[in-house]
Write a protein that binds this ligand. Sequence first.
Ligand code: HEC
Length: 103
Amino acid sequence: MAVEKPVMKNGESIYKWYCTPCHGDKGDGKGFNAKNLDPRPANHTDPDLMTKRADEDLFDAISKGGKGVGKSTLMPPWGNTFSKTQIKSLVMYLRILCRCQEE
Ligand code: HEC
């Protein structure tokens, strides 16, 4: 019997499935894949970094990927994988991880 992918409804479950290999289980940028990447994946738990990003910037970075926002191409674009609603819920989850808001 085929194993079904879990249904991704909220930012947390999407993040756990798609983002943690690079960004880490805790969002601290220390996923198992991270040591192979240069630059390293962003630390989403760092309020100093995350307050400098508007929600819109995070949305764009997730949807267009690093290349789309002038950053590393190692950050993949997700705009064709997830709906706008799903990307918004990812942004909300990033705010939970950093316990911060845009400044
Ligand atoms: C293949 C590894 C990889 C995966 C998977 C990945 N990322 Fe990234 N991500 C990166 C890297 C590397 C950077 C750093 C880019 C840079 O600083 O140039 C980054 C940066 C970011 C940034 C910060 C952009 C900024 O403004 O500095 C956000 C937000 C982000 N990722 C969100 C996500 C989300 C949400 C997911 C899951 C849907 C995800 N990433 C999956 C590698 C990855």
